[in-house]
Design a protein around this ligand. Structure first.
Ligand SMILES: C[S@@+](CC[C@H](N)C(=O)[O-])C[C@H]1O[C@@H](n2cnc3c(N)ncnc32)[C@H](O)[C@@H]1O
Length: 270
């Protein structure tokens, strides 16, 4: 577990991350000292389809406006800022990568959202929150880094209020063989924990979730797609080789080697 965490942190850590983000904003003609949530949304949603996928997932999962949400594996905080700044939610964000949490905090301050988003360095498999705290847990493109999905799902169930919503975007293995690496979340197969679509659905059922459904087929924008055309994309936060890694993901989806999932489940009401 310790080794897995270290390799995840290593994979996502970038030197001079804030400088990379500032430079990308400047190249785009945005003021790097006063970026809006909208400007940042071009680069801070670290999954295929970017901001459009976050918006689609929140809509499909029917996360109520103004509720209390955990952004599990929050990256540099794009989805958290959308939930807090546009959807009116109070948000806790947790991520294993300290450099991402540091930058997420600085971007929250710059956008005036520090009071609505609380950040913690930690693991989604060992959540430092009391039970039954959240109305919804959002987990976007994190589970491909997690071997012990039972533990991840049990922790999400524990911190959700009865009737609460758990929604994950995940890339599962497809029927046509292994995907092409490097991928956005892992450079090699050893660091990638996909499982079949059925495996994920069964995990959620086994730990006690109900109303489990993969809604990816209904999503306008899916977790395995490329960045939205004309936007900055995830390269400043995830590395200059992101276009090639994202293209591998998109091709693997096309070839039936990856299956984009957008799962929604509930903790049963009492
Ligand atoms: C592809 S990024 C997605 C970030 C964010 N969910 C988003 O969509 O913008 C994957 C994130 O998962 C985090 N991560 C991986 N394993 C984790 C774990 N066990 N606990 C918490 N965060 C984890 C990484 O540090 C990274 O920030």
């Amino acid at each position: 577990m310790k080794r897995e965490a270290a390799s995840v942190i290593d994979h996502y850590t970038r030197d001079d991350l804030m400088e990379r983000i500032r430079a990308a904003l400047m190249r785009r003609g945005y003021d790097p000292d006063k970026p809006s949530i909208e400007m940042l949304s071009e680069l801070d949603h670290l999954h295929g389809g970017g901001f459009a996928t976050t918006e689609a997932q929140i809509e499909l999962a029917e996360i109520p406006r103004g509720c209390q949400v955990l952004d599990a594996g929050c990256g540099i905080g794009g989805p958290s800022r959308y939930l807090a700044g546009v959807h009116g939610c109070t948000v806790n964000g947790i991520d294993l990568t300290p450099g991402y949490i540091d930058v997420a905090g600085r971007l929250n301050e710059m956008t005036g959202l520090s009071g609505k988003i609380t950040l913690t360095v930690g693991s989604v498999t060992d959540l430092p929150y009391e039970t039954e705290l959240f109305d919804a847990v959002l987990c976007q493109n994190v589970s491909m880094n997690i071997a012990d999905k039972d533990r991840m799902a049990k922790e999400a169930l524990r911190v959700l209020k009865p009737g609460g919503i758990y929604t994950l975007s995940h890339l599962a293995e497809g029927p046509n063989g292994p995907p092409v690496y490097p991928l956005p979340w892992a450079l090699t197969a050893e660091a990638s924990f996909l499982g079949t679509p059925q495996d994920l659905l069964e995990t959620l059922s086994r730990v006690g979730f109900t109303d489990i459904e993969d809604r990816a087929g209904r999503a306008r924008s899916k977790p395995g797609g490329g960045p939205q055309p004309g936007t900055i994309g995830a390269a400043p936060a995830m590395g200059d080789d992101m276009p090639a890694r994202t293209a591998n993901a998109a091709q693997s989806v096309q070839a039936g080697r990856l299956v984009p999932m957008m799962v929604v489940a509930r903790r049963a009401d009492r």
